[in-house]
Design a protein around this ligand. Structure first.
Ligand code: ISL
Length: 546
C-alpha cells in the first residue's frame, strides 16, 4: 500500500499546551481544553497540530524538562485525555505531531536520580555525561549553557554533569544503548497511541565531541562561549555553528535509525528536526531520503522585513532543500522567538503571512499568530523562563511569546481559565480575542482563514507541491522593496517599502493583506486592454490571479 505524503504541503498549527485553554481552573492549559477547542484549528484550515510537551515534568523549562516521556503531567491531564485528544483530532481530519526531547531529561527522571545515587564510572552515570573536573573546583571544560552560566553542575562526590540548557536538564549520552532503546520505546509508544509524527527538540545537539577540552571560538567572538550576552541572531548562529556540541555528523546515524522505525508502520509517520545549523547547507543533511522528512527553516523566523533578506532566505531554501529532493518548511514564529507582530509590526506581519504561506512546502503557524498577538510586556516578577534567571535578567527570556490565548469576553483572562493564568494576559488584548475577531473581515483571524483557503487552491494535490519547481520569481529585489513569485496562474507580490509601488498586471487582485482588504489595493482598469494598473500600498502583499 502506498502511503500518503500528507505532510508535504500541510499547515501545522503549533499548540503550546500550557497556554491554549484551561479546562479545570488551575491557571494552566490542559489536554481536555485543547480537545474542546480543536474545532478552532480545523476551522482555521490547518491540517495538523504540533503539540509542545505535555509529559510529566517539574516544569522548569515549560515541560522541555521531561521526567517521564511516556506519561502525561497531571497539570495537563492523563494518558486517557491524550487518547481522546488524538481521536478527536483525527475525526476532525487533523494529523498529530508530538514533541520528542532527546537531548536531555529532567533531573527528576528516575534514571538521573539513580545516577546521582550511583558511584563514578557506574552504568547509571554512563547514560548522562558525568566527568571529573579539571581541578576539584573547575568544571571539565568551558562550555556555557544556552540559558547562561556554565554548562556543568557539580554533584556531591565532586563529579560534574553536562547540561546545555538548565541545570535541571542533564544531557543524555547517546553512546549509551539504554538511551537508544528507551527513545525507540518512546517513539513507538506515541505512534501506537495515534501520533502521526514528531517534532524533534534540539535535533542537532545529541552528539558531543571533545567533551574533555575547552572550546575556543575560531571567529574570535569570545575566548569562551558567551551565550549569556545579548547578540544578534546572526552572530549567535555563527557562534553556535562552531561549537563541538551541535550539528556533529554523528547525529545523522540516530535519525537514519529512527526513520526505519517510522517506516515500519503501515501509515506515514514523519518527523521535523529542530536544528539550528549554520551554514544553511548543513540543514539539507537532516532531510536526505533515508533521514527525516522535514527540517525547520529558521532563517525566516529571524529575518527582518526586508526584500533582499526575505528573497535570499526563500530562494536559498528552495534551492538547497529542493536540491536534495526534500520539501521546505516555513515558520514565522514559535514559542522560543519574539512574536511576528512584535518582530516586524502589525502591517508587516500580515503581509509576511500572505507572502510566506503561498510558498510550496509545509507551513507552520504558532498559536495566537492567527490572532495577530504581539509579545506581552511582563513584570520581571512574573517571568518564568530559566534563561531570564540564569542570565541574571540580561536576557528577558521567552515568556512574552507564551502568554495564554485570549478567547472571549471583555476582561482578562478572556475565557482562558476560571482561575489565575500562569502568565498574566494583558487587558489591552480585549480587542484581540478570538470572539471579537471572528466574523470581522478586517481581523487577523479572518485574514488567516481566508489565506489558508487560498493556499489550498495552490496546493490542490500533494503531488503539485512535491517539488519546488513550480515556483518562478517574477520580481527579484532591485532596491524598490518589491519581490514576487508565481505559482500556476497565481502571482504573490510583496512591497516591503514605505512607498506605494505601481505595477502593470493582467490579472485580478483576489486577496490583500491590507486591513481594508481588496478595496484599498487599488486596481483600476485604465482602458479596455488586458493590462491594468495596480497600486500596491506600502508594507503590503497581494495575490493576483490570471
Ligand atoms: O541552538 C539554538 C540557537 O542557535 C537554540 O535556539 C536551541 O536550538 C533552542 O533553544 C532549542 O529549543 C528547544 O529546546 C529547549 C527549550 O527550552 C525550547 O523551548 C525548545 O524549543 C530545551 O529543551
Amino acid at each position: 500500500m502506498s502511503k500518503s505524503r500528507w505532510w508535504e504541503s500541510a499547515v501545522f498549527y503549533q499548540i503550546y499546551p500550557r497556554s491554549f485553554l484551561d479546562s479545570n481552573g488551575d491557571g494552566e492549559g490542559d489536554l481536555a481544553g485543547i480537545t474542546s477547542r480543536l474545532s478552532h484549528v480545523s476551522d482555521l484550515g490547518a491540517d495538523a497540530i504540533w503539540l509542545s510537551p505535555f509529559y510529566t515534568s517539574p516544569n522548569h523549562d515549560g515541560g522541555y524538562d521531561v521526567a517521564d516521556p511516556r506519561d502525561v503531567d497531571p497539570r495537563h491531564g492523563t494518558l486517557a485525555d491524550a487518547k481522546i485528544l488524538f481521536d478527536t483530532a483525527h475525526q476532525l481530519g487533523l494529523k498529530i505531531l508530538v514533541d520528542v526531547v532527546p537531548n536531555h531529561f529532567s533531573d527528576e527522571h528516575v534514571w538521573f536520580k539513580a545516577a546521582l545515587k550511583s558511584p563514578k564510572g557506574s552504568p547509571e552515570r554512563a547514560r548522562f555525561h558525568f566527568l571529573d573536573g579539571k581541578t576539584p573546583t573547575t568544571p571539565p571544560n568551558n562550555w556555557i549553557s544556552l540559558f547562561g552560566g556554565s554548562a556543568w553542575t557539580q554533584v556531591d562526590d565532586g563529579q560534574w554533569y553536562l547540561h546545555l540548557f538548565d541545570s535541571s536538564q542533564p544531557d543524555l549520552n547517546w553512546e549509551s544503548e539504554d538511551i537508544k532503546t528507551d527513545f525507540e520505546k518512546t517513539l513507538r509508544f506515541w505512534i501506537d497511541l495515534g501520533a502521526d509524527g514528531f517534532r524533534i527538540d534540539v535535533a542537532h545537539g545529541l552528539v558531543k565531541e571533545n567533551i574533555t577540552q575547552d572550546h575556543y571560538d575560531p571567529q574570535g567572538l569570545s575566548n569562551a562561549l558567551r551565550l549569556d550576552v545579548e547578540m544578534s541572531a546572526e552572530a549567535r548562529g555563527k557562534l553556535l555553528a562552531s561549537v563541538p556540541f551541535f550539528d556533529r555528523d554523528g547525529v545523522h546515524e540516530i535519525y537514519r535509525h529512527w526513520r526505519t522505525i517510522f517506516d515500519s508502520y503501515d501509515r506515514e509517520i514523519m518527523a521535523v528536526a529542530e536544528a539550528w545549523v549554520h551554514p544553511p547547507e548543513r540543514a539539507t543533511l537532516y532531510v536526505r531520503p533515508d533521514e527525516l522528512q522535514q527540517v525547520f527553516n529558521f532563517d525566516l523566523l529571524v529575518a527582518r522585513f526586508d526584500d533582499r533578506e526575505i528573497f535570499d532566505c526563500i530562494d536559498r531554501t528552495l534551492t538547497l532543500i529542493g536540491g536534495v529532493g526534500a520539501n521546505p518548511t516555513w515558520a514565522l514564529s514559535n514559542h522560543d522567538t519574539p512574536r511576528l507582530v512584535s518582530r516586524m509590526g502589525e502591517k508587516q506581519a500580515r503581509a509576511m503571512a500572505l507572502f510566506t504561506y503561498g510558498l510550496p512546502g509545509a507551513a507552520y503557524i504558532f498559536q495566537g499568530q492567527e490572532l495577530g498577538l504581539p509579545d506581552a510586556d511582563l513584570l520581571d516578577s512574573d517571568r518564568q523562563d530559566p534563561a531570564f534567571f540564569r542570565t541574571n535578567g540580561v536576557q528577558k527570556g521567552r515568556d512574552g511569546a507564551r502568554i495564554p490565548l485570549p478567547w472571549k469576553g471583555e476582561n482578562s483572562p478572556f475565557g482562558f481559565t476560571t482561575g489565575k493564568p500562569w502568565l498574566p494576559i494583558p487587558q489591552e488584548w480585549a480587542t484581540k480575542t478570538f470572539e471579537k475577531q471572528s466574523g470581522d473581515g478586517s481581523s487577523s483571524l479572518e485574514m488567516y482563514r481566508e489565506l489558508l483557503k487560498f493556499r489550498k487552491g495552490l496546493n490542490p494535490t500533494t503531488s503539485l507541491s512535491r517539488t519546488v519547481d513550480n515556483l518562478t520569481w517574477t520580481e527579484r529585489p532591485n532596491g524598490s522593496g518589491l519581490i514576487a513569485y508565481k505559482r500556476g496562474n497565481t502571482e504573490i507580490i510583496l512591497n516591503t517599502s514605505d512607498s506605494a509601488i505601481e505595477l502593470e498586471r493582467t490579472g485580478e487582485i483576489v486577496f490583500s493583506s491590507e486591513l481594508s482588504a481588496v478595496n484599498s489595493a487599488q486596481s483600476a482598469s485604465s482602458d479596455n486592454s488586458t493590462s491594468r494598473k495596480i497600486v500596491l500600498s506600502p508594507l503590503t502583499a497581494i495575490w493576483v490571479v490570471g
